[in-house]
Design a protein around this ligand. Structure first.
Ligand SMILES: Cc1cc2nc3c(=O)[nH]c(=O)nc-3n(C[C@H](O)[C@H](O)[C@H](O)COP(=O)(O)O)c2cc1C
Length: 271
């Protein structure tokens, strides 16, 4: 007897950018820490992507760092330079078997790194405040020029993702990395345009989104997704600030055709 159950997650979905996925099953970003020391991809990791792609509609990659001092852990992928393009191109192709769409997750780890991973360099963040975790190192406060450079780095990473053949990027705005460090009043004590009120603490994220969007307009000749991963975890903010955070990003999503994802969202809830 035929089952009458309807599985809507097996239906296709079209994002605002025009990107179509064949079903609503997503592999979330999961770092395997299998990259080479310099952040280039290994054949082991390519094999992992080939094995897992094909069935799902969307495959989000492990996170890759956009700036040299944004590396968060050993074995992490890097998208800091054009020399990584050949490996990233193989990666996009491996993730795109049988119609699966491939999204590259990008980030800057900020204070969630350490001087060992950064080979002697001090970590950086919005302010010189250590994370509340065992053995956390105190970061150096970023200068205005350095902040502008990191925003440019996010833009350059987006261009490389387009050139490598990915179908989109996801900005890692969760898990207490730099985008979230600028938003959280615990890690952001600045009094310039990058800190202070909840709106000002959002400036960094909004500038990053704007720059990535500009790069997509300039370089993408196909539908290309910009996603944003959110998480309320460990933000240490009142509920109303979280709502403003979501509202501003939603506004941004509508005005700039950006699709944003929360940790628990399914594709059906995104539009
Ligand atoms: C080994 C491992 C690596 C992960 N790497 C990433 C990552 O690179 N980026 C990210 O946003 N989340 C990462 N996550 C979080 C997952 O995407 C997911 O949110 C988390 O596992 C919670 O989902 P679950 O409740 O279904 O396990 C990772 C999780 C695991 C277990």
């Amino acid at each position: 007897m035929m089952s009458k159950t309807k599985y809507s997650f097996l239906n296709g979905f079209e994002f605002k950018s025009g990107l179509k996925v064949k079903n609503r099953i997503v592999i979330p970003p999961m770092t395997e820490a299998s990259g080479f020391e310099d952040g280039s991809i290994t054949s082991d990791e390519l094999r992992y992507f080939k094995i897992h792609s094909g069935g799902v509609g969307l495959f989000i990659s492990p996170v890759a760092n956009v700036s040299e001092n944004g590396k968060g852990f050993e074995g992490e992928l890097s998208i800091t330079d054009d020399r990584f393009l050949p490996g990233l191109t193989k990666m996009a192709s491996a993730m795109k078997q049988n119609g699966t769409k491939a999204v590259l997750q990008i980030f800057h780890a900020g204070r969630m790194s350490n001087s060992k991973i950064l080979r002697g360099e001090q970590t950086v963040s919005a302010s010189a405040v250590a994370a509340e975790r065992p053995n956390a190192e105190t970061p150096r406060e970023l200068t205005n020029d350095e902040i502008e450079q990191i925003i440019t780095d996010f833009g350059e990473a987006t261009r490389r993702a387009i050139e490598a053949g990915f179908d989109g990027i996801e900005l890692h705005g969760a898990n207490t990395y730099l985008l979230q460090q600028f938003f959280s009043p615990h890690s952001n004590r600045r009094t310039d345009k990058w800190g202070g009120s909840v709106e000002k603490r959002m400036t960094f994220a909004l500038e990053v989104i704007k720059t990535c969007h500009t790069m997509v307009e300039k370089y993408a000749d196909r539908p290309f997704l910009i996603g944003y991963r959110l998480s309320q975890k460990r933000l240490k903010i009142p509920e109303f600030e979280w709502r403003i955070h979501c509202n501003l990003l939603t506004h941004c999503a509508i005005s700039q055709s950006i699709t944003y994802t929360s940790r628990w969202a399914t594709l059906g809830e995104l539009h």
